[in-house]
Design a protein around this ligand. Structure first.
Ligand SMILES: [Fe+2]
Length: 294
């Protein structure tokens, strides 16, 4: 079957036809998907009635997996899924929605802020692949913003200012923004900030993009309040309507996005309803900035 892609977002994001994830990909299909990601940065695959094993096999045919270890507040004995998956659901290990004031749920509400997955890791994520197993009766959309278009729209002074800029990213910074700050000493150590460059250049297309994320809480060499204000202004600029695609989920959608070229956020939904979303992730090529020696 031929692979075709039609644009669904304002300036990016495509819906792809001709891929069946229950079957191994051909070399041409792998090439078409990577080329589609280079161009659209977000690809929507509809009606993928796949098992976790099929999602994992599909992901691994595109690159090397990033494992989800120590990135949420779920204890190791409370997980529903192996570390090859990030559990983006609101469900405990018995598939019951967390109570409204559950600490694990409140931490996960940080995903409703604009972010790039794993920007808090020294080697951050390349692609994320999110499969909708069950969805709430309303809400729960995922929005994506094109960081290439956002970069292109900066004025020349700002382009010069962000060039070479380095930020510190941590899940503690994003959670501070929603008033969640009661971290244990172990969590503070685990969520220690890492450094990321602000401007990234795509290795294939050569396009520049802003590497923004609500996990960014400091700009190296800047006073904190000035840095926080600057980051807030940049995110506001980068998430204007003309740069944003809103995905309304259907069961068995799989959406794949490039974390190097986009930000995304989840939208709210009724707390008592299950939203079972399973994410596999491809690891990036390496760190984007030099780290501070431990
Ligand atoms: Fe995310």
């Amino acid at each position: 079957m031929t692979v075709t892609i039609r644009q669904v977002g304002p300036c990016f994001a495509g819906e792809i036809d001709g891929i069946d994830m229950r079957r191994p990909l051909t070399r041409d299909e792998v090439a078409a998907i990577h080329a589609g990601m280079d161009k659209y940065a977000v690809l929507v695959f509809r009606d993928q009635k796949i098992t976790d094993a099929q999602q994992l096999a599909f992901t691994q045919s595109l690159g090397e997996i990033e494992h989800a270890i120590g990135t949420s507040l779920r204890a190791a004995n409370e997980t529903r899924l192996p570390t090859t998956f990030a559990d983006v659901s609101n469900l405990d290990k018995n598939n019951t929605p967390y109570p409204r004031d559950d600490r694990r749920r409140l931490f996960a509400i940080g995903n409703r802020l604009w972010h790039s997955d794993s920007s808090f890791k020294t080697t951050p994520a390349k692609y994320s692949l999110l499969h909708a197993v069950s969805i709430p009766s309303k809400g729960g959309d995922t929005q994506f913003a094109d960081m290439r278009a956002a970069y292109d729209a900066l004025d020349d002074d700002t382009k010069a200012e962000v060039e070479g800029m380095v930020c510190e990213h941590s899940q503690m910074f994003s959670r501070q923004l929603i008033g969640f700050s009661d971290f244990t000493d172990e969590e503070r150590e685990r969520f220690r900030p890492v450094r990321q460059c602000m401007v990234r250049t795509h290795p294939v297309t050569g396009r520049k993009s802003l590497y923004l994320s609500s996990h960014a809480g400091e700009i190296v060499g800047w006073p904190m309040p000035e840095a926080r204000g600057y980051l807030r202004d940049l995110i506001e600029h980068a998430t204007q309507r003309e740069f944003v695609y809103t995905h309304k989920w259907r069961v068995d959608d799989l959406v794949m996005w490039d974390n190097r070229q986009t930000m995304h956020r989840a939208r709210p939904f009724p707390a008592h309803e299950p939203r079972d979303m399973r994410r596999t992730t491809l690891i990036g090529d390496g760190p984007t900035a030099e780290q501070v020696a431990a």
